[in-house]
Design a binder for this molecule. Structure first.
Ligand code: NAP
Length: 298
């Protein structure tokens, strides 16, 4: 059977290819024999290693790089030239860079890609949202992600929604603080979650692209609290644990204050504070332990 490109390998566009998960996903799809077209705003960012062990993606190793900006559909002309079977997207704001809202990036950029998929007869869209969205439905980031999910459900495209718990990249921030001597936690830090390594999650995403499940929840092998993660970081660094708790009332107050100054930063702060309060444990699909990851970063 041949694919849209006339070859035997399926063609996939990876959106968010320069991000933490996107780099691992680009590498994973490539290793699984897909013809990968990475959508990126910057080829340099794709080629250099990302933070928290995200791999470099040498230009020569993948089929194609398309330079464009998904928030600006006029820059995406030609993205589907030659035929594309699947779009994978982990495009979204996790660290603030451009001053754009979740609505403009997490929702609208992905909506633009969905529209193009429909127009160009792409078969399937694999989208990365979040685990436990029902508990945090009021947040701007959740609303944006779940609008994408709802649009996909109504699109007529085949789709898969990947719902991960926290990422190891966020745990990298904890060991960075531990290296500086003190970890700050929002709330008591007792809420439970099972973060997953980008490489493990990329494999889950590639399985979702190949499989029939509409929703795939995923977490890592260790269920732990933020406090456990902080103590683990100190243990790996062989330092005495020093943990300071920022009470929720104060953190919410700060997030609201930040929101008055800048709505988008306020929304991001609200998300970080709320993440310090709710549990987020998914099926343990990842194999890489947080200890081994911290040992690598230490
Ligand atoms: N961190 C978590 O615990 C967690 C948990 C569940 C779900 N998620 C979701 O997973 C997704 C991926 O997370 P991640 O940690 O891999 O994110 P990341 O490292 O920040 O990568 C985000 C990607 O989106 C792109 N992007 C951001 N703003 C853009 C804009 N204005 N225009 C075009 N592209 C833009 C980035 O491109 P540039 O490199 O050009 O900026 C990058 O490729 C996000 O949607 C996040 O909400 C995260």
């Amino acid at each position: 059977m041949t694919d849209a490109s006339g070859g035997n390998a399926k063609r996939i566009v990876v959106a968010g290819s320069t991000g933490y998960l996107g780099k691992f996903a680009t590498r994973e799809f490539n290793q699984r024999g897909y013809r990968v077209r990475a959508l990126a705003r910057s080829v340099e960012r794709l080629e250099e290693p990302g933070p928290f062990t995200a791999p470099a993606i040498p230009r020569a190793e993948i089929d194609d790089v398309f330079v464009g900006e998904a928030t600006k559909p006029e820059t995406l002309e030609g993205l589907f030239d030659g035929g594309v079977d699947i779009v994978f997207s982990s495009l979204g704001i996790s660290r603030q860079r451009d001053g754009l809202t979740f609505e403009k990036v997490d929702y609208q950029a992905n909506r633009n890609l969905i529209d193009l998929c429909i127009e160009h007869g792409v078969r399937k869209f694999v989208y990365v949202s979040m685990l436990g969205h029902e508990q945090i439905a009021h947040l701007a980031i959740t609303k944006a992600h779940e609008r994408v999910v709802a649009d996909l459900e109504a699109s007529g495209l085949e789709y898969a929604i990947v719902r991960p718990s926290g990422y190891f990249s966020d745990m990298g921030a904890i060991i960075d603080m531990a290296k500086r001597g003190r970890v700050y936690l929002v709330g008591e830090g007792t809420n439970l979650f099972n973060p997953i390594h980008g490489a493990d999650l990329a494999a889950v995403c590639a399985d979702a692209a190949a499989g029939d499940d509409l929703v795939v929840e995923a977490g890592g092998p260790d269920v732990l609290s933020q406090r456990d993660a902080a103590e683990l970081a100190f243990d790996v660094l062989d330092k005495p644990p020093k943990i300071t708790v920022i009470p929720l009332w104060l953190a919410y107050g700060l997030a609201r204050f930040i929101g008055v100054l800048n709505r988008q930063f306020g929304d991001l702060a609200q998300f970080i504070v709320t993440a310090g309060e709710v549990d987020g444990v998914g099926p343990a699909r990842g194999k890489i332990t947080l200890r081994s990851y911290f040992e690598e970063l230490a």
